[in-house]
Design a protein around this ligand. Structure first.
Ligand code: OAD
Length: 239
């Protein structure tokens, strides 16, 4: 039996799969990852200059320009065959949860209904001062509609910031109660998100990883599929 057949068989026996995804999930959509040596976003830019509260404080225009550039890339791209395969699995009756570190909204756009976006949504803004009701799609100016300060920022989690407690709790519950876990397209280097996949390793249900490169998870998973998410997922999730 091939590895793909084994994974299909394990998935078929499950009811509540969880897909834990990172930037590699959207690679075939045309969105660069963070840590790829050649075209990764962090190969040309230092995270501390663009993705921290202190960077925004020091130079809001520069930080906003970086995020506007990323938004423009995302607007030009769309969910790929991998996102669509996960959404189709849900439509065929599985209780699918997606726990993602991605901020592009592509799982939701593909049709997945239970998505925990741990790092936020890059297409939205919110007030850096925490004004309730300041969330809005797209940025027309930097001015918060509530406090009127020049404090709007992308609705993403920056280095040094905490994840939303409720989202983290619900993601943890999803992973602790699933019956098969897929770890897809993440380097597993950024905590606390990566810790969710670590938790799963001790639970005894099958853990499958899809990634062209080995990661800190690879030696611990049950089956490693080396390659692109958009290539494997339709074969695994398809009828
Ligand atoms: P990384 O850029 O760290 O890792 C991307 C992973 O995707 C690597 O392991 C690649 O080998 C893999 N990959 C590349 N192409 C792939 C493909 N076609 N199919 C499947 N996998 C592929 O991205 P993340 O692990 O998501 O945080 O990074 C985690 C967090 O670090 C991000 O959410 C972001 C970043 O800084 C914040 O913005 C807070």
């Amino acid at each position: 039996m091939t590895k793909i057949e084994q994974v299909r068989r394990l998935l078929k026996k499950s009811q509540s799969p969880v897909f834990f995804t990172g930037a590699g999930m959207s690679k075939e959509s045309g969105i660069p990852t963070f840590r790829d040596a050649i075209d990764g976003l962090w190969s040309d830019n230092r995270p501390e200059d663009l993705a921290t509260p202190s960077a925004f404080h020091a130079d809001p225009a520069k930080v906003r320009a970086f995020y506007e550039y990323r938004r423009a890339t995302i607007r030009d791209c769309e969910p790929n065959a991998g996102h669509l395969a996960i959404a189709a699995l849900e439509n065929s009756g599985f209780h699918v949860s997606v726990v993602t570190q991605n901020v592009d909204g592509f799982h939701e756009a593909a049709g997945s209904s239970k998505v925990f976006a741990l790092h936020g949504n890059i297409m939205e803004d919110r007030c850096n001062e925490g004004c309730p009701g300041s969330h809005a799609m797209g940025r027309h100016s930097g001015i918060c509609p509530v406090c009127k300060k020049d404090a709007l920022r992308p609705n993403v989690v920056w280095f040094g910031e905490s994840l939303d407690d409720d989202l983290l709790l619900r993601s943890t519950v999803a992973i602790m109660t699933c019956d098969i876990l897929f770890i897809i397209g993440t380097s597993g280097l950024v905590y606390p998100a990566a810790g969710l996949a670590d938790l799963a390793m001790q639970r005894g249900f099958p853990v499958i990883e899809i990634n062209p490169e080995a990661t800190p998870f690879t030696e611990q998973v049950d089956i490693f599929l080396p390659g692109a998410a958009a290539k494997f997922l339709p074969k695994i999730c398809g009828a």
